[in-house]
Design a protein around this ligand. Structure first.
Ligand code: GLY
Ligand code: MN
Ligand code: MN
Length: 440
């Protein structure tokens, strides 16, 4: 019995223990997505489904039915099919899946419409992730109709539909030792990509050449895809938060902002570094960079169990606002500029987000109306930034077009935190000396 599937089995047990009495939970595999004609995007399993099965095939459904005597965990998946497998690769098939994934029962997905109404019938409640996939919503409603049509002969349709997300996402928010290992590996591979790009950078190349360095490191180390589309933004492009064209020329005197992370074993990393194209920061770039760095380090320093989610953000807002006032980029009292949210002209996003199987991972940030407290096993990004729009006429010209973000992935540990994405040059001195060894 592989420890991977043992852990996954435990997750299902934990989830089922929290479900209301006499209920059923339904989770579908991600649908394949067409790119054009019969070419599909690279298939990526739905994270919730993968978290509870470890199964990577499409056209599958998991039903969890706590208390069902004939078996609580039922999987529907594609049958073995020689012709299909010749074109698309091996299918596990229900028999092997049942043993391999340690589930109670497995059926061909083609029989799902015949079998599922019978599994739902007699349950008071149905948990599923409503409103995310029209086709799945329709499918569930159709199964319900089948049960209703048999009400006259005594069938008992469910009375309540509940969102599965909350219970499941609270589990996903706290990462296990095995999950942390995968996230650490994802971050390590991404760190290598960032270093390759930094080392390769020189004026005159195009942004996509740096993207190629990232992808080289990701793929070379077993990552199948980036966790999100890489941002490689030089000069003014760094002030566009989700810039992904990545085709401008890298010019001497410009900063390069790279926000990129690989996905490894279905876990994401999300890292940003900003560095000078020619290996040397200008005085203005240095001044802005050091404010962001100070904010990022202070925010990371504050991260430990028991700290409210928004505290690192508030720390970063304070340091960035004070720094911008000191440089004369903003005028007024920092406390007033924070209250009026004037700082949002330069720092318009929050400091970070949960990260896990999804880059913007699941889990609530508030409990009732209060920011939740950090707990061991949570992983968050810490990514403050300053972006001075090239068209901001209120700011002296020399500052315009500077965009800096620094982002790391931080695990909350029992006593504090651990930066999973450590090891990439981050201080001005580290970046300049690293690039001095490589810039031509
Ligand atoms: N790369 C997306 C983000 O930093 O949230
Ligand atoms: Mn990012
Ligand atoms: Mn991020």
């Amino acid at each position: 019995m592989g420890s991977k599937y043992r852990e996954i089995k435990l997750r299902r047990k934990k989830l089922m223990a929290q479900m209301e009495p006499n209920s059923i939970a339904l989770l579908a595999a991600a649908p394949p997505r067409v790119r054009n004609s019969d070419a599909e995007y690279l298939y990526r399993q739905n994270s919730d489904f993968h978290y509870l099965t470890g199964f990577t095939e499409e056209k599958a459904l998991l039903a969890l039915i706590p208390g069902r005597k004939q078996g609580e965990v039922v999987l529907f998946c594609q049958q073995k099919d020689k012709a299909k497998e010749l074109w698309h690769g091996t299918l596990m098939g229900p028999d092997v899946a049942r043993k391999e994934l340690e589930i109670d029962d497995a059926f061909p997905v083609d029989d799902m419409d015949d079998i599922l109404p019978g599994l739902i019938e007699g349950r008071d409640r149905v948990y599923y992730s409503m409103g995310k996939d029209d086709r799945f919503d329709n499918q569930v409603m159709n199964w319900l109709k089948v049960i209703r049509s048999k009400a006259k002969i005594g069938a008992h349709p469910p009375g309540e539909f509940l969102m599965l997300d909350h219970l499941l996402h609270e589990l996903r928010l706290i990462k296990s030792t095995n999950e942390i290992k995968l996230m650490q590996q994802a971050a390590k591979i991404s760190a290598e990509g960032h270093k390759r790009a930094m080392a390769y950078c020189r004026p005159g190349i195009r942004e996509y050449e740096l993207e190629a360095e990232l992808l080289h490191a990701f793929t070379r180390n077993g990552s199948r895809a980036p966790a999100y589309t890489s941002i490689v933004a030089t000069g003014d492009n760094a002030c566009i938060l989700h810039y992904i064209e990545n085709d401008s020329e890298v010019k001497a005197g410009d900063l390069v902002l790279i926000d990129a992370g690989c996905e490894y074993g279905h876990y994401a990393s999300d890292i940003t570094r900003t560095f000078p194209a020619n290996g040397k920061f200008s005085p203005e770039q240095k001044a802005i960079y050091n404010i962001v760095l100070k904010a990022q380090l202070a925010a990371i320093e504050a991260i430990r169990p028991g700290v409210p989610w928004d505290e690192p953000h508030n720390i970063s807002v304070k340091i960035i606002t004070q720094g911008l006032v000191r440089l004369g980029i903003m005028n007024g009292r920092p406390s007033q500029l924070i209250k009026s949210e004037a700082y949002k002209d330069f720092y318009m996003h929050r400091i970070g987000h949960w990260i896990g199987m999804d880059v913007h991972d699941v889990g609530d940030y508030k409990i009732d109306d209060d920011w939740r407290l950090l707990e061991p096993g949570m992983v968050t990004t810490v990514e403050p930034g300053i972006y001075i729009s090239p068209s901001n006429k209120k700011v002296p010209k020399k500052w315009r077009g500077i965009g800096v973000r620094i982002e790391d992935d931080v695990l909350i540990t029992r006593n504090g935190n651990k930066v999973l994405s450590a090891g990439i040059p981050k201080t001005i001195q580290e970046i300049e000396s690293f690039m001095a060894q490589t810039v031509h």
